[in-house]
Write a new protein. Structure first.
Length: 158
């Protein structure tokens, strides 16, 4: 992932694209999908081999500025606990699971997801409702966001 400079260009990206029902071409089409990490550099590894948390100064410094550059944001996916904590600091329950259980409460603007890394395997097994209830709705909302119905504009002059 770090060598290719493509976010989610690894098995976690395969899982995320499956959750979204998107192929690689659509997922990496910058005219249709924006991927905004919680940090913009790799934070390194912890002593257990996992990634360190994102640097805390990145999101406050850059997210609002960068999101303002997008003319239309149809749907924002909060992927993982760091994104959920950052965007929902006052409404987030004690755990990521408690937040994701309430995924309907944040629609239509936000959709909450666990991080799709290998560590989510147990979480998915322990929370089968996610794949049965949340993912079908997520796929519909992603498809609608990427293929919005035509908006009526001024009628062409004859």
């Amino acid at each position: 992932m770090h060598d290719t400079r493509l976010s989610f260009n690894d098995p976690s990206g395969d899982r995320l694209r499956a959750w979204l029902a998107l192929d690689r071409e659509t997922f990496y089409d910058e005219a249709r999908v924006a991927i905004l990490g919680m940090a913009f550099c790799y934070p390194g590894r912890d002593t257990k081999g996992g990634d360190l948390p994102p640097r805390p100064e990145c999101a406050p410094r850059w997210h609002e500025r960068l999101r303002a550059c997008f003319s239309t944001i149809e749907l924002t996916l909060l992927v993982g606990s760091y994104a959920i904590d950052y965007y929902l600091p006052r409404t987030r329950p004690r755990s990521m699971t408690e937040a994701i259980v309430r995924w309907r409460d944040f629609l239509p603007e936000l959709f909450l997801l666990p991080h799709p890394s290998w560590r989510a395997t147990r979480w998915l097994r322990d929370n089968p409702w996610f794949e049965k209830e949340a993912l079908p709705e997520l796929r519909v909302r992603v498809a609608d966001a990427l293929n919005p119905p035509p908006r009526c504009g001024p009628c062409p002059r004859r």
